[in-house]
Design a protein around this ligand. Sequence first.
Ligand code: ADP
Length: 432
Amino acid sequence: MTRPRPLLGCIADDFTGATDLANNLVRSGMRTVQTIGVPTDTQAIDADAIVVALKSRTIAAKDAIAQSLQAYAWLKTQGVEQIYFKYCSTFDSTPEGNIGPVTEALMDAIHGKDQGFTIVCPAFPENNRTIFKGHLFVGDMLLSDSGMRNHPLTPMTDANLVRVMQSQTKRKVGLVEQSCVAAGPDAIRARFKALQAEGAGVAVIDAVSNQDLMHMGQALADMPLVTAGSGVAIGLPQNWKARGALAANAKADTLAAASGYQAVVSGSCSVATNAQVLHWRQRGKPAFAIDPLAVASGTNVVSQALDWAKPLLAQGTVLIYATAEPNAVKAIQSQLGVAQAGELVEHTLSTIAKGLVHAGVRQLVVAGGETSGAVVQALGVERMVIGPQIDPGVPWTSVTSPVCNGDTVHVTLKSGNFGTNDFFEKSFTLLK
Ligand code: ADP
């Protein structure tokens, strides 16, 4: 019997966004593997969906195009049927891109120059991202009134997605309104045809509910390229279930049993992470604070932290953190510089994480987006198998690492503002 091929191939423009998408696919019954960058080998991956995690959101458009096309070419070697280009639910981009240029390049590769038809839909109603009459809302606010208008790299000052996308692409952009989406998949398909007849190559689609995403999902069954946030992924697996390519009651979030010691490494200074660290410390659980100034002055903080942790590991979970309140972070940044402080702490925490895995930790919670990138790199992780969700957007994953001779390590990468106050305890309880 030939091995079933992966069905869906995804290209994500950032790291934690890739995990968010993978989490939605797993919740809908697709066994999902996430790769860190484009794999260099063509070994077949046994999964229903593959998510290639790139860091292409804010790099030069030509580099984002080159990396995305490389990911596309690799996904084709895996035999996937449909391609999904994933971007942020707040449509993070600049007038130069990279959402428009990458979409253009993928369409040219898949359909031929200036041909084909695809959608744009960053909606994720469960996370309060909705689209109505082509306008993107963040909770009750238009995107352009939300905090995104002040984003340091991708300020979003226009909530009209038809206009925003049109400024980034040569193809004509149209709109599928919510009344049409609510009418169901046939109405959506008819609207796609009408838009194509008018010369459109891209359609922004309204969505205000999961029901809208399910209708949309059916209408996208035969679309070779879908571009969207992570929400649209909720509606796609039903198509393969209807065809029998995926079991109707498929359960995709099962990981191998966890073993080994448990640790948390936290480099996030976001509000939610500060509350999680405080919650942990207030319960008198073992915690070791990293002082970035001590690191900068040459103290071997890595050895100190590992010497502290090793005798405690057999007794339970340890937390090692650089997490600090905004004033403390500012004080450190003013002495060391913003980028230098960030890099110093990331390097320290990722070296500690490596030391912990070397010492037998096989269940590791990492808090912070950039911190997660540094840890995954230090552990030499190439692939992550996505498992059960701990909190919205944060699943457990299992990886193998050369640091422990290819042993399995259960890892969760928590983006700064995700998770409830008891996230650290809850994570390990869920794994049991
Ligand atoms: P989040 O997901 O919350 O944004 P990140 O890990 O992406 O978390 O970013 C936090 C950044 O802050 C990292 O670069 C980290 O190294 C840095 N950092 C962590 N603790 C401190 C600290 N005490 N002082 C200065 N910078 C810090």
